[in-house]
Design a protein around this ligand. Structure first.
Ligand SMILES: [Zn+2]
Length: 338
């Protein structure tokens, strides 16, 4: 009896979720695509439904981007349940540090419907110095420096000094090199998946600050060197390089996307003005970096219109034209049909 009741209720919930999907599909009138949000992150919790309602009220769709395996899997689930959410699966350069990078697991996700891109992946040199200076060493840093040794992971107990020998005897420079080669190996795996499944990459690049071994621009140059000649396409998310760097990515067919930071900082203005409009996209990187007037609050895809409006303002172009073109760019580069 209990079995029949649960079968009926799951049948009913299946019907109601299908009706929900169809209802949204027919009410969608899309003006914006926030090409990079993290709706699968735990930050939203029970407020996620309200965030989706706001997103729809602002005629916005989004690509929910994974930062590790669990958030990638959750992005796929969200995409399956919501016609206006698409998924991007991959491992951030600082994601999954507590385990070996398992490309086969990610590959299973890449094959799922509505996965439109691979990432966010790339190179992040911003925290290299923190991660390699002995005074700030943490168990997960040591683990990542040790090349993701699961045996080592088991011994990572604050009271257990076993993990220290894995890093002992290495200079700060050695540790940085080791961490970068780990990041590059993971990034190569993403590039290979992008080639195999013919999907664009969603790339994260962040330079170090005041690091004499890896100066400003090094992370971008290293990413470029890895992409050149690979025949892959993609987008440089949260682009923060200068015009010289921007031109190199544009030359190999990569688009650039900008976040709410452009609403309160001017360092991106030159690149935004000079980049051809058909190579620009808007994103929130929600829950981070909310645009003015929401600065300091938890960000959400509904706010992407503020980024689009700012791009039009910086370029001195008609907002309706910019809005239309950015929507077309997002659909084209991520093969989104809605
Ligand atoms: Zn992100």
């Amino acid at each position: 009896m209990a079995g029949i009741r649960s079968a009926n209720s799951s049948h009913l919930s299946c019907i109601s979720s299908s009706l929900y999907y169809i209802l949204i599909l027919y009410t969608i009138y899309m003006e914006y695509i926030d090409i990079h949000s993290h709706l699968s992150f735990k930050d939203y919790g029970p407020e996620l439904l309200g965030v989706l309602i706001n997103m729809r009220a602002n005629n916005t769709a989004t690509i929910s981007v994974g930062g590790d395996y669990e958030s990638s899997k959750e992005s796929v689930r969200l995409a399956q349940e919501n016609p206006d959410i698409f998924a991007c699966v991959g491992c951030h350069p600082e994601g999954d540090l507590d385990q070996n990078f398992d490309v086969a697991k990610y590959e299973e996700l890449v094959k799922m419907p509505k996965v439109v891109a691979i990432g966010e992946c790339g190179l992040d040199y911003f925290r290299l110095a923190d991660k390699t200076s002995n005074k700030n060493i943490t168990s997960s840093d040591c683990h990542s420096r040790a090349g993701g040794n699961p045996g080592l992971l088991n011994s990572l107990d604050p009271n257990n000094e076993d993990w220290i020998p894995a890093c002992a005897g290495m200079t700060e420079g050695d540790l940085m090199k080791r961490e970068i080669s780990r990041q590059k190996e993971v990034f190569w795996a993403h590039i290979s998946l992008a080639k195999k499944y013919n999907k664009p990459l969603m790339i994260h690049v962040r330079d170090a600050v005041k690091n004499t071994l890896y100066p400003q621009g090094q992370a971008y140059n290293d990413v470029l060197a890895m992409l050149e000649g690979q025949g892959v396409k993609g987008n440089i998310h949260f682009f923060a390089g200068n015009w010289e760097v921007a031109q190199k990515f544009l030359a190999i067919g990569f688009t650039l996307s900008f976040t709410g930071v452009i609403t309160f900082a001017h360092s991106y203005d030159e690149v935004i003005k000079k980049t051809p409009l058909n190579m620009i996209m808007a994103e929130t990187d929600a829950p981070y970096v909310a645009p003015v007037p929401y600065r300091g609050q938890r960000n959400e895809p509904a706010y992407v219109h503020k980024v689009v409006e700012k791009i039009a303002e910086i370029r001195g172009e008609d907002i309706l034209w910019v809005k239309h073109q950015l929507l077309e760019n997002s659909k084209k580069y991520f093969s989104i049909q809605i």
